[in-house]
Design a protein around this ligand. Structure first.
Ligand SMILES: *[C@@H]1O[C@H](CO)[C@@H](O)[C@H](O)[C@H]1NC(C)=O
Ligand SMILES: *[C@@H]1O[C@H](CO)[C@@H](O)[C@H](O)[C@H]1NC(C)=O
Ligand SMILES: *[C@@H]1O[C@H](CO)[C@@H](O)[C@H](O)[C@H]1NC(C)=O
Ligand SMILES: *[C@@H]1O[C@H](CO)[C@@H](O)[C@H](O)[C@H]1NC(C)=O
Length: 289
């Protein structure tokens, strides 16, 4: 039993009128996603626990609507829909002055303020509830780097970076990589949205950009190449096309000339043989004297 518990018990024994007191521990609980959370709640009361009522309620951050976590009264245990099959009662209700619970497979939607409320009629005076804040952390998922705008000198180019998951929401930083070293970027970064605006881009801004999505429990990076690559591709394509065309023409020309040569050669050969044949028959009137 804690010191406060002992003191309260002592006070009640010496006859002071002690009303109900509820305490939670810890006041702030940090868990990572899929882990379990133990929410301790202890109370002190003078009355027997025959009319005990315990209620755990979650007030999720950024939401107006409370979520029912757990309810106990007159031997009946009710677990809220959102926590079905994930909630354990750590101490038999109505036996000890202990209303502790644990929740397994914590989700990011489980984050918020949990209140433990205890009523034990007719003991209605005092602090009947206490609350704790529960953070659920999740590492950022692998971000996606994107490029928008016309990557040509003088234009506005935006680079985007986004992680689907991560709690608390990741912050994004952009750096430029040069020979493995990080450099500051010329441009304006919105660290919450992950957008980097590069106004009036020049060739000095071309290169490799890295985005770092980070939160309290981790970070992930993605990189993107910023260059007038499209133009290069077009030029390279055109050059290769032209070269191929040229090669084809060359081949064609060679083929034609070769073919023609062959025919000429044949013709020449044919006429030569004929000439020889003529020669083979010496003209009668040119017999040497
Ligand atoms: C829990 O997380 C909060 C928010 O990030 C932080 O301020 C606090 O120091 C953390 N507490 C512990 C005990 O880790
Ligand atoms: C209440 O019960 C839980 C779970 O059994 C235990 O961890 C905790 O120490 C108890 N609290 C007190 C004050 O005994
Ligand atoms: C864009 O940059 C070029 C070269 O640095 C400069 O001459 C031009 O004035 C700039 N244009 C604008 C709108 O800032
Ligand atoms: C990303 O940012 C986090 C938090 O600032 C830092 O610890 C980490 O070293 C960075 N990683 C890289 C690769 O820059």
């Amino acid at each position: 039993m804690s010191l406060l518990g002992s003191v309260l018990l002592l006070l009640s024994i010496v006859g002071g009128t002690v009303s109900i007191t509820v305490q939670v521990s810890p006041k702030v609980l940090n868990v990572t996603i899929d882990q379990s959370a133990t929410l301790d709640c202890n109370f002190y009361t003078n009355e027997p626990l025959t009319n005990l009522m315990v209620q755990w309620t979650l007030y999720p951050w950024g939401s107006e609507n409370p979520v029912q976590v757990f309810f106990y009264q007159a031997g009946v245990y009710v677990v809220g829909q959102h926590f079905k099959d994930r909630l354990n009662v750590l101490s038999k209700m109505g036996t000890f002055m202990n209303a502790s619970i644990s929740i397994s497979n914590m989700k990011t939607t489980d984050a918020g303020t949990y209140t433990c409320e205890v009523r034990n009629l007719p003991d209605i005076e005092g602090t009947t509830e206490a609350s704790m804040r529960v953070h659920v952390f999740e590492k950022p998922s692998h971000p996606f780097c994107g490029e928008h705008g016309d990557v040509a000198t003088g234009h506005l180019v935006t680079l985007t970076c986004h992680s689907e998951k991560g709690s608390p929401p990741p912050v994004y930083t952009w750096t430029k990589l040069k020979q493995g070293m990080s450099q500051q970027v010329t441009g304006v970064t919105n660290m919450n949205s992950g957008v980097l605006y590069i106004q009036n881009i020049s060739q000095f801004e071309f290169g490799t950009y890295q985005c770092n999505a980070s939160n309290a429990v981790g970070f992930k990076i993605c990189t993107i190449e910023l260059s007038s690559e499209m133009n290069h591709a077009v030029i390279i394509g055109a050059v290769i096309g032209a070269l191929l065309c040229f090669a084809f023409i060359l081949l064609l020309v060679w083929f034609i000339t070769h073919h023609l040569k062959k025919q000429k050669y044949k013709a020449a050969k044919a006429s030569e043989t004929q000439a020889v044949n003529y020669k083979a028959v010496p003209p009668k009137d040119t017999v040497p004297e």
